[in-house]
Design a protein around this ligand. Structure first.
Ligand code: ZN
Ligand code: ZN
Length: 344
């Protein structure tokens, strides 16, 4: 039996540990083992170590963390036909059944019997990861796994919300993006690629606004107290047809709803606070409040097309797998520009 290095959760409120474990092999006919080329380090990983996911995931410790993965197909089960050894792939974060009602309608995220590598089973902070044929997306030759790994989760979430929001937008519409950080800056690029609407970006950080303007925002507004009025001024006093909220806390939702036009769509992506809207306002203004959770397999395929075209790019900070603690510490301290990626 061959072994590999893997970074594991050994206890909550404890550091991760690098250890030697068996290389995973295909167990079922549709299993795919991926040689990891890059594994994104996500804020969710910090929450896992804080124990926030322990009850929800019911995961048995120790296990290998890491849910943003890309690499090369290493081994396939006997029934796998969509990929072959050596193919360059990004890994959809869920292993889904393909048979339930949600899967059959393409809504993989709400699969009734899914596994979530890195959350409730072994993930990608390792040399190899076991997933399924349903979860792997072949990527363009021009893309490198370490450059796109974080698109598997952070990027996919931003894409799903932005693409859903884009469906109703026409050239005369305005779309407000609240938050131009990790997810928001991907959402802006996706909206730019998919909609002819005018894009207005709001963020507390002047540097984030500067980046937003460089990647396609038509207007950037620093959230300094006058931002709701600034959005209203840009929209003839009506508000925007669509608001995509990548923040969802610290008062973002009450401000965001004031930026929304009657019959507008309010997309919630970031989360933390309660939304407080009088029901009489919901009926009289006919606004829609829309939730967004990760993204489907098809969303990931579409995002990879935009990535291959160079329409969506991501800043990354790369670390060797053995240097995982530096990546975790840098993320925790806010020292990572873009996304931290571990490379085995
Ligand atoms: Zn993540
Ligand atoms: Zn399913």
């Amino acid at each position: 039996m061959s072994t590999m290095r893997a970074v594991q959760v050994v206890g909550y409120h404890q550091d991760l540990e690098l250890t030697e474990v068996a290389v995973p092999e295909p167990r079922g006919p549709f299993d795919v083992v991926v040689k990891i080329g890059g594994a994104g380090v996500c804020r969710t990983d910090l929450h896992i170590l804080e124990g926030q996911w322990a009850e929800k995931s019911q995961v048995v410790l120790p296990y290998t963390i890491g849910h943003e993965n890309a690499g090369w197909v290493h081994a396939v089960g006997s029934a796998v036909t969509n990929v072959a050894e050596g193919d360059k792939v990004i890994v959809h974060p869920l292993i889904t059944c393909g048979l339930c009602r949600a899967c059959r309608s393409g809504d993989d995220v709400h699969c009734e019997t899914s596994d979530f590598p890195g959350i409730d089973t072994n993930g990608g902070y390792a040399e190899y990861l076991r997933t399924s044929a349903r979860s792997v997306v072949r990527i363009d030759d021009s893309l490198e796994p370490a450059d796109v790994a974080a698109l598997a989760d952070a990027g996919l979430t931003a894409y799903h919300a932005a693409a859903k929001a884009a469906r109703r937008l026409t050239p005369r519409d305005r779309c407000v993006v609240i938050g131009a950080g990790g997810l928001g800056h991907i959402g802006i690029q996706v909206l730019k690629a998919l909609t002819p609407a005018e894009l207005i970006v709001v963020d507390r950080n002047a540097d984030a606004i500067k980046l937003a303007l460089e990647i396609g925002a038509d207007h950037g507004i620093v959230a300094d107290g006058g931002h709701v009025d600034a959005v209203l001024a840009l929209t003839g006093g009506h508000g925007a047809e669509v608001v995509v909220d990548f923040v969802g806390e610290g008062g973002a939702t009450s401000e965001g709803l004031r930026m929304l036009r009657e019959a507008g769509d309010y997309h919630v992506v970031g989360y933390g606070e309660n939304i407080d809207v009088p029901t009489i306002d919901v009926i009289s203004s006919e606004i829609n409040i829309v939730g967004n959770l990760v993204g489907s397999y098809n969303d990931l395929c579409e995002l990879m097309v935009l990535a291959a075209r160079g329409a969506v790019t991501l800043h990354t900070a790369k670390y060797a797998l053995d240097d995982f603690q530096s990546a975790i510490d840098d993320l925790d301290a806010g020292r990572v520009r873009g996304r931290a990626i571990l490379i085995p």
